[in-house]
Design a protein around this ligand. Structure first.
Ligand SMILES: [Zn+2]
Length: 285
C-alpha cells in the first residue's frame, strides 16, 4: 500500500518536473505544449521509451545518464520524484498525528488535500527557481484547496486548526476558523505589502505578496506569522550562502517563493516543536 502510494507520488513528481521545465508564462500552465508530446532527452532529443520513464528506477539503473548520448541527466529529475513520492507517504502519517485537529472520518480527505498542496508547492518552487514567476494557475488552485480544507475542517473550540499547539493561544485566535484564516490571509497581505513598499520592490514582488496571503488563508493566524519569520531566516541564510559561494551581489534577484513554501512545510511538520525549542533556549517554558 505505502509502496504503491510512493511510486504514484514519484510518477506525479516526474510529471510536475516536466510541467516546470516546459512552463511558458505566456501560455496556460496545463496547455498542450506542456502536457502533450512524448518525453525526450533534453540533450539528444531522442524520444524516451516507456522503460526509461519509470520514476527513480530508470534514473538509478541508467546511472543518471541518457542511454544513447550518455549526457548526465539533471539531478532535478530524481529529486522531484523522490520528494513527491515522499510527500504522498509522509503526509497521511502527519495528518493522523494531528487527530486532535482532524476527525477520524476525515483523515483521508484531509490528507489528500495536504498532499495536493505540497505537490503544488513543489511545482511552484521549481518554476519560481527557474523563472522568478509564480503562475496564477497555481495561486488559484491553492486558494481552492485552502477553502476546501476549511470546509472539511471540524468546528473546533476557538477555531483551533493551528500547527503551533498550545502556543497558538498566546497570540489569540478568532472565534471561527473562517475568521481566523481570513485574518491570516490579511496579515500575509499587509505584512509583505508593507515590506514591498518600504524596500520599493527590490526584495520581494507581487508574486510573493499573493503567495503570503494564500499561505495565510491555508495556515491561518498565528501560523502565518511563524511561516513568514522562518522564510526570512532561511532566505537570508540562503542568500548569504549564495553570495559567499557564487560571488553574487545583493542586487541579484532571489526567488522568495521556495523559502515561503519550505517554511510552510516546516510549520506543518514541526511548528510546535520549533517554538518549544526556541522558548527553552531562553529558559522560558
Ligand atoms: Zn540523450
Amino acid at each position: 500500500m505505502w509502496i504503491i502510494l510512493f511510486f504514484f507520488g514519484a510518477a506525479v513528481g516526474s510529471f510536475l518536473n516536466v510541467l516546470a521545465l516546459r512552463y511558458d508564462p505566456e501560455r496556460f500552465l496545463l496547455g498542450k505544449h506542456a502536457v502533450g508530446g512524448r518525453s525526450h532527452c533534453s540533450f539528444c532529443h531522442r524520444t524516451l521509451k516507456w522503460y526509461e520513464l519509470v520514476p527513480l528506477l530508470s534514473f538509478v539503473i541508467q546511472g543518471g545518464r541518457c542511454r544513447s548520448c550518455k549526457a548526465n541527466l539533471d539531478f532535478q529529475y530524481p529529486a522531484s520524484e523522490l520528494i513527491a513520492g515522499f510527500v504522498a507517504v509522509w503526509t497521511p502519517i502527519m495528518v493522523k498525528s494531528y487527530l486532535a485537529l482532524v476527525p477520524e472520518a476525515n483523515v483521508w480527505i484531509v490528507s489528500a488535500i495536504w498532499i495536493l498542496i505540497f505537490w503544488t508547492f513543489l511545482l511552484l518552487a521549481l518554476i519560481d527557481f527557474r523563472l522568478h514567476i509564480i503562475p496564477d494557475e497555481l495561486n488559484i488552485f491553492l486558494v481552492i484547496l485552502g477553502l476546501v480544507l476549511l470546509v472539511v475542517s471540524p468546528a473546533q473550540p476557538l477555531g483551533n486548526t493551528s500547527f503551533l499547539g498550545a502556543y497558538s493561544l498566546m497570540l489569540g485566535l478568532g472565534d471561527s476558523i473562517w475568521i481566523n484564516h481570513l485574518l491570516g490571509a490579511l496579515f500575509g497581505l499587509v505584512f509583505v505589502g508593507i515590506l514591498i513598499a518600504v524596500t520599493k520592490g527590490r526584495g520581494m514582488g507581487l508574486g510573493d505578496l499573493k503567495l503570503a496571503a494564500i499561505l495565510g488563508l491555508i495556515f491561518g493566524w498565528p501560523d502565518i506569522v511563524m511561516i513568514l519569520f522562518l522564510a526570512f531566516i532561511i532566505g537570508s541564510l540562503a542568500a548569504l550562502g549564495l553570495m559567499a559561494f557564487s560571488k553574487r551581489h545583493m542586487k541579484s534577484k532571489i526567488a522568495f517563493g521556495p523559502y515561503l513554501v519550505l517554511a510552510s512545510i516546516l510549520v506543518f511538520a514541526f511548528g510546535e516543536k520549533i517554538l518549544a525549542g526556541y522558548f527553552s533556549l531562553f529558559g522560558i517554558i
